[in-house]
Design a protein around this ligand. Structure first.
Ligand SMILES: [Fe+2]
Ligand SMILES: [Fe+2]
Length: 351
């Protein structure tokens, strides 16, 4: 409802309220560590090579027009069928043409909803924390300034995702069949509960690093498909270009974070990575089953279709190949040197 909602007693967002974090950072020195304010001096700018040097001319929010549906789009698919797991199943291909088209549209809605929630509810909280120096990691001032740009980019990604969703809904008359929370958010909350209050914040930082270094790969495929509605391709291409800069930025941020963690915190953070990779990359199979039940599929048939198009082996293999670069970043810092960390990556099917 408002930017200061977390100041109200009993508010569920209290611990993450941006204003609370900023006010806490102004607490007396003895409380600084607890408030999350960096206790090491900020590194100077000379060691920071900004990936945002051409942001003013290249960022989507600065350089692209609003992406809109056009006349004639009705004959085109709203998502590449090859990238929609449900569309691979014979039962789905045998549906009435209008229902088959809806499966592609619901996949687009799920993707856009995922993006809006990721940007607004997770990534931008970290971007704001870096910008306002409340994140607990000391970074050069230029890097803090770049966090303002990340914040603008992510807000714009959420905006153009909602804009596109509303345009498609208006054009097609198809209402989104969305879960209250997408899988990644439910799973992240679960893992944060398990991690306990002392590691909750660290887990969110690691999740943002993981997601920001994984996301660029997931955005590259669809824009190549010339059949898909142009506005959808353009939105994904705009997003991918911005995320290329974010990938570099968060790889640098990871180095600063790692340099400021003690051995035991590094171990804790490294052990989080494999599960957070799966949290981000795992398809929302619950939402897919619910979608199928919404079309009239019996519960067991819906379960069977989803299990057949997305067997566990495929989900694991796809995560492993998508996560190669992210794993390399952590590996380069020595995060996988501890045998128990290496074993966790292996147990999770990532190495
Ligand atoms: Fe984004
Ligand atoms: Fe991003």
């Amino acid at each position: 409802m408002c930017g200061i909602v977390g100041l109200f007693v009993g508010c569920s967002t209290h611990s993450h309220c941006p204003k609370k974090l900023i006010l806490d950072s102004a607490a007396p020195a003895s409380e600084e560590a607890e408030a999350g304010t960096p206790v090491v001096p900020a590194p100077d700018n000379s060691g920071y090579n900004s990936p945002f040097r051409s942001w003013d001319t290249r960022a989507s929010v600065r350089s692209t027009e609003r992406r809109t549906l056009r006349e004639g789009d009705a004959a085109r698919p709203y998502f590449s069928p090859e990238l929609v797991p449900l569309a691979r199943h014979k039962y789905i291909q045998d549906l009435r043409p209008d229902l088959y088209d809806e499966v592609l549209i619901q996949h687009l809605y799920r993707y856009l909803d995922f993006t809006m929630k990721l940007e607004h509810l997770v990534v931008n909280r970290t971007a704001l924390g870096i910008a306002q120096a409340t994140v607990g990691v000391a970074v050069p001032e230029d890097m803090r300034f770049d966090a303002y740009k990340v914040y603008c980019d992510e807000a714009y990604h959420a905006l153009f995702s909602m804009d596109l969703l509303r345009q498609v809904r208006q054009r097609t008359g198809i209402e989104p069949r969305l879960p209250e929370l997408p899988y990644f958010l439910r799973r992240l909350q679960e893992l944060q509960e398990e991690a306990g209050a002392e590691n909750r914040h660290l887990m969110e930082l690691v999740f943002v690093i993981v997601s920001e270094t994984l996301i660029s790969g997931s955005l590259m495929e669809l824009p190549q498909d010339g059949d898909v509605v142009p506005a959808v391709r353009e939105v994904l291409r705009d997003h991918a270009l911005d995320e290329g800069r974010h990938h570099t930025y968060f790889a640098i941020f990871l180095k600063y974070l790692w340099g400021q963690l003690g051995p035991s915190e590094r171990r804790t953070a490294a052990l989080m990575v494999p599960r957070l990779i799966h949290t981000f990359l795992r398809p929302d199979t619950d939402a897919m089953r619910a979608e199928l039940e919404g079309y009239g599929f019996a519960r067991e048939a819906a379960r069977q279709v989803v299990a057949e198009v997305l067997p566990e082996t495929l989900i694991r293999e796809s995560a492993r190949s998508s996560a190669t670069q992210t794993i390399r970043l952590f590996s380069f810092l020595g995060a996988l040197d501890l045998p128990e960390v290496a074993a966790e990556f292996q147990d999770q099917g990532l190495t």
